[in-house]
Design a protein around this ligand. Structure first.
Ligand code: NAP
Length: 252
């Protein structure tokens, strides 16, 4: 049961923010979309309902990307419901909370690395096992959601989080080279300040207003602006683009 359009996309953390915008735009472009979430089933179902109301195909699948058994089930359920996986957006991510490095807890560091790094690698592995032409797959594309923090370091807020996104950048470049002959392109987007709930969730509801003046464009970006870059990287329009990190940060 193939979607017949652009294929099947899994968006991890597709229930809110950048992931939800990506799921909606992908569905509008013809992808069948698996909208993954961790805890907020209602938010994921709302994204699926909006896609269905617009004539698209989507399912909500709960899975913690840091848990291998959950990731295996996510891919199996997505494939069963929507057809062969042709695209993955590794978007699920957490900051671990705001803390100077001298005050960060080992639990926060471990959880950030488990979700952001191990989770993305596990999902990429499952995608590769299905897409790789070396393994009988039909090829595909992966986009990892990194952060500008990987370049600017997250000083004063979350160096631990920035370091996790540095790992995502390395994974993007390495996996792109490894999979280049297997029909799979791997790229990343590195968003800057984006209007999502992640800031308030970390106790900084005013963060965007405070930092917007430091952005050359003098504003935060929208989740849709990040989704556009992600969908371009997934699309045939980017057929010779792999191992690239596209910054979506208003010049920051
Ligand atoms: P958000 O609004 O907080 O949404 C996070 C999404 O990830 C939610 O759908 C959440 O699902 C899901 N999620 C969290 N932990 C998960 C887990 N263990 N397994 C599966 N799903 C999980 O975040 P956002 O701002 O859109 O961020 C999305 C990505 O962009 C992240 O990787 C983030 O680091 C990156 N980013 C964001 C910004 C920014 O300014 N917003 C800037 C640079 C990079 P539940 O609600 O069910 O937990």
């Amino acid at each position: 049961m193939h979607s017949g359009g652009t294929g099947t996309l899994i968006v991890t953390g597709g229930s809110r923010g950048i992931g939800a915008a990506t799921a909606r735009l992908a569905a509008a472009q013809g992808y069948a979309v698996a909208v993954n979430y961790a805890r907020d089933e209602g938010a994921a179902r709302a994204v699926v309902a909006a896609i269905s109301a617009s004539g698209g195909r989507a399912v909500a699948i709960g899975a913690d990307v840091a848990v291998e058994a959950d990731v295996l089930r996510l891919f199996a359920e997505a494939e069963r419901a929507l057809g062969p996986i042709t695209a993955l957006v590794n978007n699920a991510g957490i900051t671990g909370g705001r803390a100077r490095l001298a005050d960060v807890s080992v639990e926060a560091v471990a959880r950030v690395l488990a979700v952001n790094v191990a989770g993305s690698i596990l999902c990429a592995r499952e995608a590769l096992r299905r897409m790789s032409t070396r393994r009988g797959g039909g090829g595909g594309a992966i986009v990892n959601v990194s952060s500008l923090a990987a370049r600017i370091g997250g000083a004063g807020d979350w160096v631990h989080y920035a370091a996790s996104k540095g790992a995502i950048n390395s994974m993007t470049v390495g996996l792109a080279r490894e999979a280049a002959e297997e029909g799979v392109r791997v790229n990343a987007v590195a968003p800057g300040l984006i209007e999502t709930e992640i800031h308030a969730a970390n106790g900084m509801p005013d963060r965007l207003a405070q930092l917007a003046p430091t952005v050359p464009m003098r504003r935060a970006g929208s989740p849709d602006e990040v989704a556009s870059a992600i969908l371009w990287l997934l699309s045939p329009a980017a057929s010779y683009v792999t191992g690239t990190i596209v910054e979506v940060g208003g010049g920051r």
